[in-house]
Design a protein. Structure first.
Length: 202
């Protein structure tokens, strides 16, 4: 009885892993990312090899029903409850994965699961550039006592950073909140002393 359970479970795992490999490799091929996205290709290869591995076990246990196969009979005899239980667990996990694809279909469309890292790097550079430019403009405006322009530059930087991070995280509800774990400490007395010293050099 245990080898029949193991055979069925291994067939389920093999087909599930095979379809997972296809679900990864086909979008990568359509978007021409097979060479530029080695992580996606390697992940698909792992699932494919695991599918072949489990499928081979199932086929070996099935063969004695049609032809004389001593290896298949030996595998049947060796397939005890510990192996059968783990095969059941593996089959349940494989099936559970496919039930999750409905809830997370937006993450599984195309090659989004293994998006080209260069796009992420470009978005990070854009974030850095937008924030840095805004801070530079704000500092210059403050040096010229143009507080309105400084405030506008900061607002623009925060808005740009929020938009870019929203795209990076894939959430339309993300908003940047400027929070500190502790209030900033500013030594106003020291600043006043330094300013006085600059105005009245000895």
């Amino acid at each position: 009885m245990t080898w029949q359970i193991g055979m069925v479970a291994n067939f389920v795992i093999a087909f599930a892993y095979l379809f997972i490999a296809g679900a990864i490799i086909v979008p990568l091929a359509r978007s021409n990312q097979l060479r530029s996205n080695p992580l996606g290709g390697a992940t698909a290869a792992i699932f494919f090899t695991c599918a072949v591995h489990h499928g081979t076990h199932a086929v070996h246990m099935l063969l004695p029903a049609f032809v004389a196969d001593d290896r298949g009979l030996s595998m049947r005899a060796a397939w005890g409850w510990p192996l059968a239980i783990w095969d059941i667990v593996g089959a349940l996990v494989a099936v559970y994965y496919w039930t999750l694809r409905r809830n997370y279909s937006s993450l599984m469309e195309g090659a989004a699961l293994f998006e080209d890292l260069r796009k992420r790097e470009q978005q990070a550079l854009e974030l850095n550039d937008s924030v840095l430019q805004g801070l530079v403009v704000s500092k210059m405006a403050l040096d010229l006592d143009d507080h309105e322009k400084a405030r506008a530059a900061l607002d623009t930087s925060i808005s740009s950073a929020s938009r870019i991070i929203t795209n990076l995280l894939g959430s339309e509800h993300f908003q940047i909140q400027l929070l500190r774990s502790a209030p900033a400490v500013v030594d106003l007395d020291n600043r006043a002393t330094n300013a006085t010293a600059k105005e009245n050099p000895s």
